[in-house]
Design a protein around this ligand. Structure first.
Ligand code: ZN
Length: 47
């Protein structure tokens, strides 16, 4: 059950796999999901 959290920790702790992308709104965000195209705010606003 806690394995998902462990995976998230690996993403955060691995700088080599950290991809910083600039969203359309101008905010920089870290790409944490495959296919993610917007920052967390825009992702949350899009239903
Ligand atoms: Zn955005």
């Amino acid at each position: 059950m806690s394995k998902n959290f462990m995976q998230n920790g690996k993403w955060i702790n691995n700088p080599n796999k950290t991809v910083v992308v600039v969203c359309e709104c101008g905010n920089k965000y870290i790409k944490t999901r495959v296919g993610q195209t917007a920052c967390l705010r825009c992702t949350a606003n899009v239903k």
